[in-house]
Design a protein around this ligand. Sequence first.
Ligand code: SF4
Length: 356
Amino acid sequence: MKPIDFKNLSLEELNSYFEGLGESKFRAQQLIEWMFKKRVSSFDEMSNFSKTLREQLKKDGYLSGLKLVTTQSSQDETRKFLFELEDGETVETVLMPHRSSEGGSRMTLCVSTQVGCRMGCKFCLTASQGLVRHLKCSEILNQISESQALVESGILKETPFEDLEKITNLVMMGMGEPLDNFDNVLRALGYITWDRAFEISAKRVTVSTSGLVTKIEELGQKSNVNLAISLNASTNPTRSEIMPINKPYPIEKLIEVTKKFYTENKRRKIMFEYVLLKDVNDTDQDAHQLAKQLRGTAFKVNLIPFNEHPKLPYKQPSQDRIEKFQDILKKNKVFSFVRWSKGRDISAACGQLRSP
Ligand code: SF4
């Protein structure tokens, strides 16, 4: 029998496993705490399990991990990790420490959910790989465990962020379309937000999607996390041109389902991401049309000036153009802010993650 990757099992599956051994159900929760809260690397460290049980666990399965291949450091102290998976594939994970002008701090981790991606967004480097495979739940979670361990090993020492100890926020905006890997992502979200596991409040977790409408509905029913919608155009022809997902799920449908997602639980934050591409989606007309689409909603817009890359054909709009675009949104009562991506000097910015 194939050894079990215990970090990949749901609570129900772990319960049945321990029941099958004639053990109490609470063993499942204890194992979860050892794996995800205390992050031990061997069964021998699980001191509240008998020696016999520890031997049984070793016989049946293993505790998976990721191999760190490289770490890149940005001038803004963003760190990009390249991790190798069990089958030799690689994914990137980005750690972004941040301190606000009021002195508040947070440490956000951007995790990948697939090796490659099949959504084909034209402005994104990950798309050029196509979809290689989905990440397992354990592979999504191991990115958090390994990154937290790197923080604890002093990766931010002698930087302005050396006092930050814990990953506080999580975004699924790395390689892949999270909702295209729905079951594994949902299982991982359960552990990420559970106080017996990673204990990151759902209020601090954001799933980003290119707009898989049916899966947004399902996510709304099954999780309380925040949502970021990668919109990137104000009209269907332009959006279909740069994001093929728009053909089956056009803008109106996407906004309608997002409104429903929000109405079901108003504590969730909804953000529309809009990558500004020079002469593609950055005109006054685009800004007016975008304002029309979002007027009267509680949604905010994140304007992201495109990060130019030699392998991508797009350009970044001028500062004037960006300001004018934002001004039109403001005059139309649509709240927006301009987000200059972090880690731009190490290709850790939005849409620039890819395996080597
Ligand atoms: S932007 Fe996101 S959804 Fe689109 S191709 Fe890139 S990784 Fe996939």
